[in-house]
Design a binder for this molecule. Sequence first.
Ligand code: DOR
Length: 419
Amino acid sequence: MPNPWTLVGATLPDGTRADLHLADGLLVDSAPAGATRVDADGLVALPGLVDLHTHLREPGQEAAETIATGTAAAARGGFTAVYAMANTTPTTDSAERVQQMRALAEGASTEVVVIGSVTRGLAGQELSSIAEMGAAGVTVFSDDGFSVPSAGLVRAAMEQMLPFDGVLAEHCQDQTLAGPSACCHEGTVSSDLALDGWPSIAESVVIARDVQIAAYLGARLHVCHVSTAEGVDVLRWAKARGVRVTAEVMPHHLLLTVDELRSGDTTYKVNPPLRPAEDVEAVRAALVDGTIDIVATDHAPHRAEDKAKPFPQAKPGMIAIEQALSTVVETLVKPGRLGWAEVAQKMSHAPARIGGLAHQGRPLAVGEPANLVLVDPSRRSVVDREASLSKGRNNPYHGRDLPDPVVATWWRGRQTWRA
Ligand code: DOR
């Protein structure tokens, strides 16, 4: 059993103050005997954050990340649960692979929820064992890294998910609208740098296709990493019609623009790509007004040698999980566009509900699991990629002065991070 704790005078997401008592993995109503006291004066307590979109790289790519290092980084970022994307080696595409992944995750620093792939080996040809994985308790399915290539496959996959109300989490980049070497946003910067680009519509046409299929079937769709104003428009259209669609935005799409690419640094290569400032504002506004439901991370560690290549050949992806809350505080909390209750909603309650995780994303109330993060709203630091707990050094915030709000994290009453 974890040691008991009392957090004295914490500010709750709704602005009220309370002492929080942690014992036997739960929040309890009075100070447990022998509790370690923490002075939480001026600190905000949030429910443990839940990341619906993490790349842990294990099994198969342990030189880039392991479940141990990825979840240690997650705990430092304030997370108590992460959803592990299926693009491991081998792909998580059967119940057997799901069980293997769950076994590997024992002893991790957060809960690890396994995502199943939509197609076998992410090859976009035949469906994975969706019904079998659903029977094994998988709720989220994704070929993240690639769009499911055809409407027919999306329909067939959603039909298999309907009996257990699973959700298809779609990576929206239509490969037929971009060349094989597309590696950034198509626009002024790609022209100036003579790079092949992904047009914004490569995102929005996939969202448009999938929301119509979801509407037709009454199935659930979750749109991964929305990055464009066009994508937001389609989502707004679908939500107004009651389509069962939810969506996420990434920290980097809230803070960074395509102009970073002028540095030539391949850290900034990511899929979907960094966009112009108008898109950044569109996704911020969509998160604030609820068109985009949640912030997820797309934490994507890579080995240094996989990034040390010309831009078109470098692997896409950036690490993100330690600075996820930092970027949300910088872009939306500090400017007064989101309050702490809304941060709790968009980074804890809502992702847990979308992912079907009953015991995470709960209110900080007596009897609930002791999953929480203590936040210092005014703490800042200069990001140092060498200090990351992730194996990845592809940190797009290296050298930036950013909020550094996460003071401590508890998962099931056990402290998993302390600054
Ligand atoms: O940039 C990305 N990297 N986007 C994805 O969707 C996949 C990810 C990865 O696995 O590296």
